[in-house]
Ligand binder design. Structure first.
Ligand code: SF4
Length: 399
């Protein structure tokens, strides 16, 4: 038996992938430790240059305290020499995500099944339903490292949700790289049907979508969310830019008009959050101001701001004309606008009731994924009824 530790960097998909390796190692009878262990798995991210640097640092750190380190995930599949020159005990596993758990487990050495059903280490369960992406946004490295879009069978997804609920998870997040591309053709499922059936799982209290492209926010999906009582009133819809010329240069498949039209009327019902890239090569000051305007017009609250960084192998890999100081300054302006929108949204909850999933001592998220500050005594992992008393810089204070 080997002892192991697993870390991940990056998004929810990276967390799900890391957990798949963890679950596989536990199933083979290996022991998970928080501190130094025989084996470390570092599931990496490569969505920005900074993410690769952090992934590299994490692998280097792990190499000092573990006999063997497996570098897995998106970063491991990046072309070039992102992980070159690491210590000899580091193995970069450049394989399809689906093959990685078996490969790592095979290399560590199986010793017989003792815990085939490991609970996720987080309060909410992220259930991956789809992987890869067949879009071709010009800045994006994801299709290169994760391949084309493919979906899990609906049966397997619904089984996993039942299993997670039985393990005590109250909230499930349907997760994918491009979730709206979900299809199980043989069984006749697309995302709206999956939402309805997943959301009806006995014992499940809350279902959320991780992120959805605007092209997939259609009447059928919105109806499914409205008609599924467990579906959270939250939609994370990447905008990337609020300027049509920039969107076109990015190879995105919509205009700002489409983005605004599809979200029209939803802001009263859903908390709308987003991702924006700042300082893309085609972005001048006017284009950036258009982004600020669209963020406001769409009623977006939390915006995750990503200063543009060129990724190897992409169409815009050699293109990065916007000075980093300008990116920093625009990022700060957009973050400030987003924070003001969050405060206004949180303020609308004062005097109103909500149900919060407590995910850390004193903190949690309400139905629409607004952050709440709850008493330290509120039990982690449970849903608690709250009433908004006031707003702080970090969220809504529960009475
Ligand atoms: S939709 Fe675009 S940004 Fe998102 S993963 Fe696919 S290629 Fe990347």
């Amino acid at each position: 038996m080997a002892s192991f530790s697993v870390r991940f960097l990056g998004c929810k998909i990276s967390h799900v992938d890391a957990h798949a390796v963890r679950e596989r190692l536990l199933a083979d009878g290996h022991e998970e430790l928080d501190a130094a262990a025989d084996v470390a798995v570092v599931n990496t991210c490569c969505v920005t240059h900074e993410a690769v640097t952090k992934s590299r640092k994490e692998a280097t750190r792990a190499a000092r305290t573990h006999r063997r380190v497996y570098v897995t995930g998106c970063g491991a599949n990046l072309s070039g020499d992102a992980f070159a020159g690491l210590p000899d005990n580091v193995l970069v596993v450049a394989r399809r995500i689906e093959e990685t758990p078996d490969f790592v487990a095979g290399d560590v050495g199986a010793i017989g099944c003792v815990r085939a059903d490991a609970r996720l280490d987080r309060v909410r369960a992220f259930v991956k339903v789809q992987d890869g992406c067949s879009f071709s946004c010009r800045f994006c490295v994801i299709p290169l490292v994760r391949g084309a879009s493919r979906s899990r069978a609906a049966d397997a997804v619904l089984d996993e949700i039942r299993r997670r609920v039985a393990q005590g998870h109250r909230e499930v997040v349907l997760t994918g790289i491009n979730l709206g591309c979900y299809r199980d053709r043989a069984a006749g499922y697309r995302l709206p049907r999956l939402v309805r059936e997943a959301g009806s799982t006995p014992g499940l209290e809350r279902l959320r979508l991780s992120s959805i492209e605007i092209n997939h926010v259609d009447d059928e999906l919105v109806r499914a969310l409205r008609e599924t009582p467990t579906a959270s009133r939250h939609l994370h819809v990447p905008l990337q830019s609020g300027d049509d010329a920039v969107l076109q240069a990015m190879g995105r498949r919509y205009s700002t008009g489409t983005y605004l039209r599809r979200l029209e009327g939803l802001r009263e019902e859903f908390n709308l959050t987003s991702d924006v890239i700042v300082g893309f090569p085609a972005e001048d000051e006017r284009a950036f101001e258009n982004t600020l305007r669209v963020v406001e017009e769409a009623g977006l609250t939390k915006v995750h701001v990503f200063p543009y960084s060129p990724r190897p192998g992409t169409v815009t890999a050699a293109d990065d004309p916007v000075p980093s100081q300008v990116k920093k300054e625009r990022s700060a302006r957009l973050r400030a606008a987003s924070h003001a929108a969050c405060l206004a949204h949180w303020g609308s909850k004062v005097g109103r009731d909500d149900v919060v999933l407590v995910d850390r001592p004193g903190r949690g998220y309400g139905d629409d994924y607004s952050p709440w500050l709850v008493p330290e005594s509120a039990p982690v992992g449970e849903l608690v009824g709250v009433r908004g008393a006031a707003v702080s810089e970090e969220g809504i204070l529960a009475a």
